[in-house]
Design a protein around this ligand. Sequence first.
Ligand code: SF4
Ligand code: SF4
Length: 82
Amino acid sequence: MIETTNKPVVEDTEENRAICRKYCRNCQNYKKHQLDKFQPTELFCARGQSSCTGMKMIGCFCTGCELYAKYHQRGGFYCVHR
Ligand code: SF4
Ligand code: SF4
């Protein structure tokens, strides 16, 4: 039997972006650093960290997000690092 080690990854879909917007856009980190002005603007866990640099990590809502639970993600702060 061949064992697969591929972990499921969050897909970059409009549906997932809409889910993300419920959390990221309301979080302190997002508002404080105006992350809507940098790319990518959302779904950091799928699309990579924000191009905004020098962020302080002051609060993350990822742990409440259904995609966080569904994909067994850890850590949060995906706008800062993967
Ligand atoms: S885990 Fe975080 S970055 Fe990923 S969709 Fe949810 S709120 Fe957005
Ligand atoms: S990844 Fe976490 S810290 Fe960054 S904007 Fe989304 S909820 Fe906030």
